[in-house]
Ligand binder design. Structure first.
Ligand SMILES: [Zn+2]
Length: 263
């Protein structure tokens, strides 16, 4: 197997994975969606709420605010040494208190420790009018996407087979029909030659093949090569999300291997 990092940003990664099968790439995708832990607000104690929104709606909105997650410092509440009582290793607490006209933002959540300050402080929670106020306290704990979508840090992970467009220059009469029909606009005629400008944008829709009357183009896929991409909500960096996903998957294979040893 060979992996090439095509793009690696804080919240986004694109990888080219060669020499593998679809089931492996799909297992990465599924672990990212359902098994990768992240911190999310789970318990909301509302002391006062005279805003136009119900307590439940505010709690729901708070739960979806991405909270920075350092997996090295945290443990699951159910597995923590405090036996679920809630300690700094498993429960991160925030307070929020605001009064008077203005928008309550995610940045108004005050953490006990600045390490846990929300990264995106501009997410609107509720609009307050004159004389309205909101006072609350929240607890964020680790969870997994399979239990609730608020614990899903990776968004829309997906893959596609690596596209290949073979062009027979001898057959091509440069009629331009394929250039015009390509929805991704990745074909062009340069120096009297039909060329693909960015093969990775190709979705193998085969419109070019259908448009070509001289059968000069064959668009197909490499069954053992993939473009895998995902984004995170900011609670984990793309790099951390990928490394943790691989660690989880490795543990699963190891566990399976141990279970079948006695067969
Ligand atoms: Zn604890």
């Amino acid at each position: 197997m060979k992996i090439e990092t095509k793009e690696l940003k804080d919240n986004k990664a694109v990888l080219r994975i060669q020499g593998t099968e679809a089931y492996f790439v799909n297992s990465l995708r599924r672990v990212m969606l359902s098994d990768l832990p992240k911190l999310a607000i789970d318990n909301v104690i509302i002391y006062d709420n005279t805003s136009p929104l119900f307590d439940e709606i505010i709690a729901h909105r708070l739960a979806l605010v991405p909270v920075p997650t350092d997996l090295k410092l945290l443990s699951f509440k159910s597995e923590c040494a405090c036996k679920g009582a809630g300690c700094p290793s498993c429960t991160i607490r925030y307070t929020l208190s605001k009064e008077g006209q203005g928008t309550v933002l995610s940045g108004d959540l005050q953490p006990e420790d600045k390490t846990w300050a929300v990264k995106d402080g501009g997410i609107p929670i509720v609009e307050l009018f004159k004389d309205q106020r909101i006072i609350l306290e929240v607890e964020a704990i680790l969870g997994r996407g399979r239990d609730h979508a608020k614990w899903q840090s990776v968004l829309a992970p997906g893959y596609k087979y690596y596209p290949i467009v073979d062009i027979d220059q001898k057959k091509c009469d440069q009629c331009q029909k394929c250039v015009e029909i390509c929805p991704k606009d990745i074909l062009e005629i340069k120096n009297n030659k039909l060329m693909v400008t960015d093969i990775e944008k190709c979705t193998t829709c085969k419109s070019c093949m259908e448009a070509c009357e001289s059968n000069a183009i064959i668009a197909h896929n490499d069954d053992h090569e993939f473009l895998f991409q995902f984004e995170t909500d900011g609670s984990l960096t793309a790099k951390d999300a990928l490394l943790e996903t691989i660690a989880i998957l490795g543990k699963k294979y190891e566990e399976f291997n141990n279970l079948i040893k006695d067969i």
